[in-house]
Design a protein around this ligand. Structure first.
Ligand code: EZ4
Ligand code: CO
Length: 409
């Protein structure tokens, strides 16, 4: 079962996506997601120029060997560009293997451990009334778990908060990357944020009661002692997790945070190998692993990280924003369904244009996702539609402090 053809497809139906399509001699195709928000063309070039030539003629069945060949063989290990490229190949080969087996991919990962994949959605508002509307909208869509982000008094636009309210009943999700030549710059003030957030969660608990599962993302914006204080001040509101409370590079920071709070902690959306997690897992400094399949070398390597985490009762919380393509989301759902230490799955609906380019068999109902029963991943890419949406540069915003200093996280 030799690889005959490798296509790297960059398309921008509302936002940029990088997809690899591997075709075998028998005409079986597999898709993999290599989207790296704001750095898409680096992964596309890595795949096109340096990986595709190595894949031609290789046995498509040899998934683990190909992973090791690309990881060890490059000499230069780790890093988001390399690991997104390896992830794309890994997922495409799993897709091919499952299609050949005639089974949905989760069956090759051990079969279903649960009936569905509990998902959380993103509610946000510039102020409390707008936030409440967004939470209600998520509840009406079926979400039982909701991430809550709000504006901060005195600050303009805040990362993670939708900038415009729902129009005509249509759902609004924030899209973190903006299509501008240079990244947009926002102003940030952590002390103001720390004063405000506990009041938001108090208001949400008073309005929505104790049972609604609530999450919050700190987007790495705190020092260790600030993170410790936030975790402690949120304890009365019973969060499912506090995500990315400090910058992720320094695992020792979490020792300090952990010693002060019992609010569960989730970290890892910017991580790309098991080595980033080593201290956090062995010292039990986190409760949830946040990696995306797309940024962590694919299904093969994230599965190993999650098996390692399981020995410490640490669960999955796979990253699933809109900058993970439907291919990356589907891969996550197959793994979520199969593993024992599943925690929760992040889920933001993609735009209509994205859904035209990527046809999907996965479904969302009553708060639960399911990858579907189609052989393989259950996602196909319509190349004609993809061709209608050429790449457009887009970047995540940059934050500066009020005196103009580049942010310190
Ligand atoms: O900021 O995917 O938890 N989810 C997140 C995401 C990330 C974006 C960055 O590309 O933090 O919204
Ligand atoms: Co996050």
């Amino acid at each position: 079962m030799k690889v005959e053809k490798v296509d790297v497809i960059v398309t921008s139906p509302g936002r940029n996506f990088v997809t690899i399509k591997i075709t075998t001699q028998d005409g079986v195709t597999g898709l993999g997601d290599g989207t790296l928000n704001g750095r898409e063309l680096a992964v596309a070039g890595y795949l096109q120029d340096h990986v595709a030539p190595l894949l031609i003629g290789r046995d498509a069945h040899r998934i683990e060997d190909t992973w090791q060949y690309l990881y060890r063989g490059a000499y230069w290990r780790r890093g988001p560009v390399t690991m997104a490229a390896i992830a794309a190949v890994d997922v495409a080969l799993w897709d091919i293997k499952a299609k050949i087996a005639g089974l949905p991919l989760y069956q090759l990962l051990g079969g279903a451990s649960r009936e569905g994949v509990r998902a959380y959605g993103h509610a946000s508002g510039r102020d409390i009334p707008e936030l409440f509307d967004s939470i209600r909208e998520h509840q009406s869509l079926g979400f039982k778990a909701i991430r809550v982000q709000t504006g901060v008094p005195g600050l303009g636009s805040v990362y993670g908060v939708a900038s415009s309210p729902a129009a005509g009943g249509a759902r609004y999700d924030y899209e973190p990357a903006r299509r501008t030549r240079l990244p947009v710059e926002e102003t940030w003030d952590t002390p103001a944020y720390l004063r405000h957030v506990p009041t938001v969660f108090e208001a949400v608990r008073n309005e929505f009661g104790p049972e609604l599962t609530l999450l919050h993302d700190g987007h790495h914006r705190m020092t260790p002692i600030q993170a410790a204080r936030l975790g402690k001040s949120l304890e009365p509101y019973d969060l499912f997790w506090l995500e990315d409370c400090t910058p992720a590079e320094n695992p020792e920071a979490l020792r300090l945070v952990r010693s002060h709070t019992t609010t569960p902690l989730a970290i890892g959306e910017v991580f790309n190998t098991v080595w980033d997690y080593q201290t956090l897992i062995t010292e039990q400094l986190i409760d949830y692993v946040r990696s995306a399949i797309t940024h962590t070398g694919g299904i093969s390597s994230l599965r190993k990280i999650l098996d390692f985490a399981a020995q410490y009762q640490i669960k999955s919380g796979i990253h699933g924003p809109t900058d993970i393509s439907p291919v990356g989301v589907a891969a996550a759902l197959h793994l979520d369904l199969a593993i024992h230490n599943f925690g929760i799955q992040e889920y933001m609906r993609h735009s209509q244009a994205t859904d035209e380019v990527f046809t999907q068999s996965f479904s969302f109902k009553d708060g639960y996702l399911h990858p579907g029963e189609q052989p393989g991943l259950g996602v196909e890419l319509d190349e004609l539609s993809a061709g209608k949406y050429p790449y457009q540069g887009a970047y995540l915003p940059i934050n500066r402090l009020q005196d103009g200093t580049m942010h310190d996280w």
